[in-house]
Design a protein around this ligand. Structure first.
Ligand code: MG
Length: 367
């Protein structure tokens, strides 16, 4: 089987809540998502999606996905999409770095491999653990009262894990954590995600002030070393996200005992092939994971579901259903949240079919 065409579509994904805000005053109102299409000489077509969290979260931006696909595509025509390791080495040889650009192509090729073998991608990634898996809800940064009201509402919808966007004024963040912890049951989980927003002295104040509360602390500071410094002065369970982008950082973090949980974002690692490797390494090291991506719609959510559902249940801290945050559905067959939980499709591949009327015309087209 040979790749005969690599194309990209551009889709705007507005948010049900109007905007999504996190540390440092960063916010997004409409996500710019790239849907990637890989066609083959057999007639089989696979789809992937890459949606950066704006241009100021990770070193990734939406136009960069499309520019990168244009650069990479000519090197991939004629390759076998089902030979995923060969394909990934080819992408790495043709374009140094830029893992997020490669993620959508890799995802689309897993979709093709699933269709060729008649298997859902989660079976190919290791098998299905249980009936479904647990989701978290990210709570956009607002006043403590507004965030508390959102948590109460989403708890009524069935969510039991809440990731608060903190990383602002420490005093206000302490208030946010205290107020919301009061609303939750002991079996719920609360994560305070500063998204690199605190300096060390601020993070130190916050973790000490909420010492009596059962809360996970996520990526308090910008650098790995700053996070490690905070990790060493708190007893809270500790999550690393932005600074963990490959196996080298996972191994370093493990050696330093720098984290209890890591966030595996598919595009941050460069696709399902590399995210699976990171997932399996985490399992072997005893590190739990949140399986997600930077953002996305139906296709990203389907890919997350397949990776999450094939992750041993006790290691899956939580996962994300991005398609319930956005107002536009880009594909049929995508997994849907049911009372704070989700499952991967039983259909071959990713189990999705793009809505052509929504994704429009190709904006990158190499064939
Ligand atoms: Mg995070």
């Amino acid at each position: 089987m040979k790749i005969t065409r690599v194309a990209a579509y551009q889709v705007d994904l507005p948010l049900h809540e109007g905007s999504y805000k996190w540390s440092g005053g960063k916010s997004v109102e409409v996500f710019d998502s790239a849907i990637i299409e890989v066609e083959t000489d057999s007639g089989m077509v696979g789809y992937g999606e890459v949606c950066p969290l704006g241009p100021f979260y990770l070193p990734a931006y939406a136009d960069g996905v499309r520019a990168g696909i244009k650069e990479l595509a000519p090197h991939l025509l004629g390759c076998d999409p089902t030979h995923l390791d060969v394909l990934n080495r080819r992408m790495d040889a043709a374009l140094k770095g830029h893992p997020y650009v490669k993620s959508g192509i890799d995802m689309a090729c897993w979709d093709i491999l699933g269709q060729v073998t008649g298997q859902p991608v989660c079976h190919l990634l290791g098998g299905r653990y249980g009936e479904d898996f647990v989701l978290y809800r990210a709570i956009s940064q607002e006043s403590p009262d507004e965030m508390a009201a959102k948590v109460a509402g989403y708890r009524d919808d069935g969510y039991r894990r809440f990731q608060l966007k903190v990383g602002a004024d420490p005093q206000l963040d302490i208030e946010r954590i205290r107020l919301i912890a009061d609303l939750l049951e002991p079996s719920d989980k609360l994560i305070a995600d500063a998204n690199t927003g605190w300096l060390m002295h601020e993070a130190a104040r916050v973790v000490r002030a909420v010492d009596d509360i059962d809360v996970y602390i996520e990526q308090p500071c910008l650098s790995y070393d700053e996070c490690l410094s905070i990790r060493r002065r708190t007893s809270h369970p500790f999550v690393l996200d932005e600074v963990v982008d490959g196996l080298d950082m996972l191994l370093r973090g493990h050696a330093d005992q720098a984290m209890d949980v890591v966030n595996i974002k598919i595009s941050k690692f460069g696709g399902l092939t590399k995210a699976r490797l990171a997932r399996d390494l985490c399992v072997s090291m005893g590190v739990a994971m949140t399986i997600e991506d930077s953002w996305g719609g139906d296709i990203t959510t389907a890919a997350i579901a397949h990776l999450a559902h094939s992750t041993p249940t006790e290691f899956l801290f939580t996962a994300t259903d991005f398609n319930s945050y956005v107002t536009v559905s880009t594909a049929e067959g995508a997994p849907q949240r049911v009372y704070g939980r989700m499952s991967a499709s039983d259909s071959p591949g990713l189990g999705i079919a793009p809505r052509k009327e929504v994704i429009g015309n190709r904006v990158v087209d190499a064939h």
